[in-house]
Design a protein around this ligand. Structure first.
Ligand code: ADP
Ligand code: MG
Length: 249
């Protein structure tokens, strides 16, 4: 699985993430928590290849992937969800998911112009993957409605389906429950559990503390870009440094 050693990134004078040592637990829900601005999303951007670290090392499945760009990390099996604001709101669900799958396609411009067998087989595979991913998250590939007309929760499911359509091993979810109501959050918790039951490894950033405590197997706490604690939910709940970070800001 994914490990980082002394991982850091600096923006000008700001150490958004610094000195982080961490290993994702395979087949588990791994939570990353911390106050606003703690560096959680930046950490996800680093481990998914969207940002290049200014220090440290990232390995995935034994391979050094420290400076691997995001599209290559996707081919290795690391997928992340984006906020629902990055969906194509006027397109139906299936088209949104097919867009996501293009990340992993090997065919290029000539395949597209010549309609090569490779392109055709990749398109077929893309449709199969999309149908699988949508079925997994409980949405229909035949739903003709534009994604923008769906509930916030359904849109979250679409972003998870986009990630699953890339056939990932590790799925990074950045605040999947933001902006949805408690009932819908329950549904999302069940979906995340199902992902882990079916063999995906999940890494999750979330603010809703009861959700985190109930769904996570392991929690890492970031504060000012540094890891201040990690462990099982019960260990984290009573940790004085964690309480101090949340209360003291
Ligand atoms: P969190 O997700 O924990 O709320 P972020 O990772 O988004 O926090 O941000 C951590 C810090 O890094 C913040 O101070 C933020 O302003 C800064 N930051 C994040 N991305 C960039 C960037 N691309 N350029 C400059 N500063 C950034
Ligand atoms: Mg964030």
């Amino acid at each position: 699985m994914l490990s980082v050693e002394n991982l850091g990134i600096q923006f000008g004078g700001l150490k958004a993430v610094s000195g982080v040592n961490y290993s994702v637990t395979p087949g588990a829900v791994n939570a990353v928590i911390g106050p606003n601005g703690a560096g959680k999303s930046t950490f996800f951007n680093l481990i998914s290849g969207f940002y290049q670290p200014t220090s440290g090392r990232i390995t995935f499945g034994g391979e050094d992937v420290t400076r691997m760009p995001a599209h290559k990390m996707a081919t290795r099996g690391v997928a992340r969800t984006f906020q629902t604001t990055s969906l194509f709101k006027e397109l139906p669900i299936l088209d949104n998911v097919l867009q996501g799958h293009r990340l992993r396609m090997r065919s290029g411009i000539w395949d597209a112009i010549l309609r090569t067998p490779r392109l055709r087989s990749e398109e077929r595979e893309a449709r199969e993957r999309a149908a699988f991913a949508l079925d997994f998250v409980g949405l229909s590939p035949r739903d003709p409605r534009p994604v923008g007309m769906l509930t916030q929760e359904a849109q979250k499911r679409v972003s998870i389906a986009i990630a699953l359509a890339t056939d990932p091993k590790l799925v990074l979810l950045d605040e999947p429950a933001a902006g949805i109501n408690p009932d819908e959050t329950e549904g999302l918790v069940r979906l995340i559990r199902k992902m882990v039951d079916q063999g995906y490894t999940v890494c999750l950033i979330e603010h809703k503390m009861n959700m985190i405590m109930n769904i996570s197997d392991h929690i890492m706490v970031l504060h000012h870009g540094q890891k201040i604690a990690e462990g099982a939910p019960r260990e984290i709940q009573g940790n004085p440094a964690v309480i101090e970070a949340y209360l003291g800001g």
